[in-house]
Design a protein around this ligand. Sequence first.
Ligand code: ADP
Ligand code: ASP
Ligand code: MG
Length: 424
Amino acid sequence: MALIVHKYGGTSMGSTDRIRNVAKRVAKWARTGHRMVVVPSAMSGETNRLLGLAKELQPSQVTPQSLRELDMIACAGEQVSVGLLALALQAEGTPAVSYTGWQVPIKTDSAYTKARIESIDDTRVRADLDAGRVVIITGFQGIDDRGYLTTLGRGGSDTSAVAVAAALKAAECLIYTDVDGVYTTDPRVVPQARLLRTVSFEEMLEMASLGSKVLQIRSVEFAGKYRVPLRVLSSFTPWDINIEEEARSGTLITFEEDEKMEKAVVSGIAFNRDEAKVTVQGVPDKPGIAFQILGPVAEANIDVDMIIQNVSRDGKTDFSFTVPRNDLARVLDLLRASVAPSVGAALVDGDARICKVSIVGIGMKSHVGVAARMFSTLSNEGINIQMISTSEIKTSVVIDEKYMELAVRALHLAFELDRESQTA
Ligand code: ADP
Ligand code: ASP
Ligand code: MG
């Protein structure tokens, strides 16, 4: 029978009752002859609690040494989860064994708090599967070549699960979560959001990269690279639901372009409140300035997302870009201390109260006027656009954070995403 990977998120693992439920579901799959590997997250709130404790003791500035310790701390949540789930499965009469990332081992680079998986040794896991055991592997964590524990970035258990599925050449990776699948937008913000039965890999990649946290972006990248069949579905259905029905539920991420497939002009709206805007004012408008400002930011391993340079007046210009909100203080310190004086900038300013809202759809490739409709919808709501960026299948805007929900709801309505028939 097929090898299947299940991943259960924090809410799905949120209490011993929920863990018992997960165990009953996994035991059901094992009973029908599937070879089962399960990748659970920490119990909901646990990673935040652990990192909160760290924050109480951490000096304001993170250092390479403190990043290593943060991973040591954050790893603990998943270790508890795998042990509890193994006990719950054993109580169901299903042989099960748990492993941490380092025991597998799942090898990563040394970018603490956002490490990348480099390889997974499947020997141990295969031996257990051959012996008829369910194998439970911690999400979110790995080990680097110095033997230090690493984590894969928030939401990283999705990536662990897909990477494990790729390494084991699993027939399917099922990501169980607290909603029914991937919706047109976050159903907690827009109750009219519609469940998508399929979503193309390209669109899912954009939605994840633009902030739809239902899947961590690296998990989608992995699925694309290794063609891992991937489905997002609910862990809140009754555990004893018919297994064929369960296997067809939720959202399938598709890789093939199917002519008959729904090709919405806009198929989803994503938003991201985790960015902040940095503006360097009064910069001399001459070659090399962008590099002089952004080079040191990249060297500090800080991701820059949207960039905008205004038209110059009297040879001076303003240069703005967005960075992860957690890194804002670090970027401001860096720019104010060394970069601004050397480029001759007048002022460096930061704004954490921004939000990025994006519309995504493969149909945008062949349709003009989609971005214009987005801008007119926001203008009708009196929402000012601070930055814009576009690609073939998405348009993103940065707006004041306080208008986020209004913007997402208005766009959902304007592009009629609650209706099935919006196809190109
Ligand atoms: P888990 O703990 O299972 O990993 P997450 O909280 O990371 O769950 O992701 C699931 C959440 O993602 C949902 O509860 C929902 O609020 C949010 N979400 C954001 N965008 C979407 C979307 N387009 N479709 C479904 N859920 C979304
Ligand atoms: N527990 C980790 C987090 O909260 C990883 C995950 O849940 O995917 O980010
Ligand atoms: Mg998640």
